[in-house]
Write a protein that binds this ligand. Sequence first.
Ligand code: TMP
Length: 207
Amino acid sequence: MAHDGLFITLEGVDGCGKTTQADMLVEELEASGREVVRMRDPGGTRLSEKIRLLLLDPANDDMCDECELLLYEAARAQLVKEVIQPALKRGSAVVCDRFFDSTYAYQAVARGISGNVVQTANELGCCGVVPDATLVFDISPQEALLRATSQGADRLESEGTLFQERVREGYAELAKRYPERIRIIDASGTKEVVRARMLGALRELLS
Ligand code: TMP
């Protein structure tokens, strides 16, 4: 999809600190005078937030992998059509906490659904919208899970450290496959240190 906006996505294992970094990135972009739309995937619209609740509710432990994949894609398609596409067409910057790379890392690599199937599903779910830049906040799952579960684990967080290890491998694989778009950011250290790494990685795009 052709547009004048800027689409940045933030990724990583659960508890990697990307939500805090997204807040700081939004501040940075707003300070430069841009209109910024901050979103999360799954979520961000009335329907997508309802789907998010279904996906993350620990009571839904009977959900099969295919149902999970399709619900993530359904939530994303609605978010893209209702919010992201219009914002990019207006020339806004869109900062999104997760997007289709999560689906590859979680549903293909960690759950084990065929990578080709997930890529095809991702093509449908993203409705032709691809991020200009994707930052993967990389941290050991042990350290990250401590942060993620400090407020009670959701359905995905409850999968444990081995699952998150596979998610991390999934992101490493994606970063090798799309070196132009995806940057791995070392997410260890204080939030200020990680912020500096993030802004360093985006310097060219933001200048
Ligand atoms: P969040 O807590 O970072 O908002 O993400 C919600 C959870 O959903 C998180 O555990 C990652 C997972 N997820 C997937 O499994 N597949 C996806 O496509 C997306 C977007 C998120």
